[in-house]
Design a binder for this molecule. Structure first.
Ligand SMILES: Cc1cc2nc3c(=O)[nH]c(=O)nc-3n(C[C@H](O)[C@H](O)[C@H](O)COP(=O)(O)OP(=O)(O)OC[C@H]3O[C@@H](n4cnc5c(N)ncnc54)[C@H](O)[C@@H]3O)c2cc1C
Length: 386
């Protein structure tokens, strides 16, 4: 069976590895970017995704390239921790915890292990034509085309595959804009990380060691979408924004090269009622984009990869279109609730952090401090189970 994966991000590449492992031999990944390169940001990869990497035989490579965290906290701008997750307990329970890693390094590991697949860069999908009973045709912006028996749309939140299958999906703006970066540095306390919430609505800051020598940071602010700052304006703007924080964040931002600071407005979309049509299916952000407040977007894309490959392999004869749609239905039914839970819970956390004014600030901090760890643990049981 000829399989085309549109998008060589974390979801697309992990799917290629999972399909290879299940014995599929004709897999091509079509990636729009000219090269799959190290983007200057970090990621937290939680236990559920590390469990998948374990099953794919690449968890050790990911752990070696990243930093296995011992705890993550939520605190106020003074640096007082109001709520904390002990990852050592999670490791005892699930065999794996959270690994903080440079996104580009993770991408390189996935590329290396997707070696039985063909990875084509500079291939931006423009259109897709599904004809009942025959191969799906793919058309690219460079004027070339290709055919496939099965197409996986892993092309992110602005997915062309989704648009061609189901039309426009209205994106929801979270009300928050986000800056991220990585710099060469070692923190005093590299194994424990905390996100601090400022006095201003939506203001949050976090630093996290992602390898022995690299620190990842992010800052969010409540702001209407479309804020544009030049490369030289960004750093002074951020340093002013975070001046109240008792954290290494000022030093980390100060040390980051201007041109390596990434800026995005944070969007998601409401859970979709369908992810597939004919022999084409969506995974990852293309199917269920979420705001990053739970640190689960990439983890869910990784889980998708595992389950989709498993569903496809479990069908008796995946060359018949009937069984492909059965596999797709099984995949959707397996994944829809958990991904919707992630999207909803993450949105709610963002809304809580967006509460403004002195009352909002006190309410946020109070809620963080009274939320029992048993409640968080219950949610983690659901999140981390694969
Ligand atoms: C600020 C921020 C912080 C985050 N932190 C975390 C975190 O700590 N942990 C976590 O789990 N998640 C996190 N996420 C979410 C995570 O980044 C995404 O959920 C994840 O990248 C989704 O992977 P994906 O492969 O589905 O999509 P993407 O990573 O978006 O990859 C899509 C790929 O498709 C390619 N593409 C797009 N269009 C086309 C086309 N037409 N033709 C061909 N190729 C195309 C793109 O170039 C890209 O390579 C964060 C997100 C943000 C914004």
């Amino acid at each position: 069976m000829k399989i085309a994966i549109i998008g060589g991000g974390i979801g697309g590449l992990t799917t290629a590895i999972a399909l290879q492992q299940k014995g599929f031999t004709d897999i091509t990944v079509y990636e729009a970017a000219p090269e799959i390169k190290a983007v200057g940001a970090g990621l937290w990869i939680a236990a559920n995704a590390i469990i998948v990497f374990d099953r794919l035989g690449i968890a050790d490579q990911v752990k070696a390239a990243g930093n296995i965290l011992q705890s993550a906290g939520l605190g106020n701008h003074k640096g007082e921790i109001l709520s904390k997750i002990d990852f050592t307990k999670i490791i005892q329970r699930y065999g794996n915890g959270t690994v903080a890693i440079h996104r580009g390094k993770l991408q390189q590991i996935l590329m290396k292990n997707a070696d039985k697949s063909t990875i084509l860069t500079h291939k931006r999908l423009k259109n897709i034509k599904i004809t009942e009973g025959s191969k799906t045709e793919l058309y690219f912006e460079d004027g070339t085309s290709a055919e496939a028996d099965l197409v996986i749309g892993a092309d992110g939140i602005h997915s062309v595959v989704r648009k061609r299958l189901f039309g426009e999906t209205p994106l929801r703006y979270s009300g928050q804009t986000c800056w991220r970066g990585i710099t060469q540095m070692s923190l005093e306390n590299p194994k424990n990380s905390a996100e601090l919430w400022g006095t201003q609505a939506g203001l949050r800051a976090c630093v996290s060691q992602v390898s022995d020598t690299e620190v990842y940071w992010y800052i969010t602010q409540k702001h209407k979408a479309g804020l544009k700052l030049s490369e030289t304006e960004t750093k002074p703007y951020l340093l002013n924004l975070i001046s109240e924080f008792n954290s290494p964040i000022q030093k980390v931002v100060q040390l980051t090269d201007n041109q390596h600071i990434l800026h995005n407005d944070l969007f998601d979309f409401a859970p979709l009622k369908e992810w597939y049509k004919g022999n084409t299916i969506l995974i990852g952000d293309a199917a269920h984009a979420t705001t990053p407040n739970l640190g689960q977007g990439a983890c869910q894309a990784i889980e998708d990869a595992w389950h989709l490959a498993d569903c496809l392999k479990s069908t008796p004869s995946p060359t018949e279109s009937m069984t492909v749609s059965e596999a797709f239905a099984r995949f959707y039914n397996l994944r829809k609730e958990k991904t919707a839970f992630v999207t909803k819970t993450s949105l709610q956390i963002g809304q809580l952090s967006n509460l403004g004014g002195a009352i909002g600030y006190r309410l946020r901090n109070w809620l963080l401090s009274v939320t029992p760890s048993s409640m968080a643990e219950k949610q983690f049981d659901y999140l981390f189970h694969v």
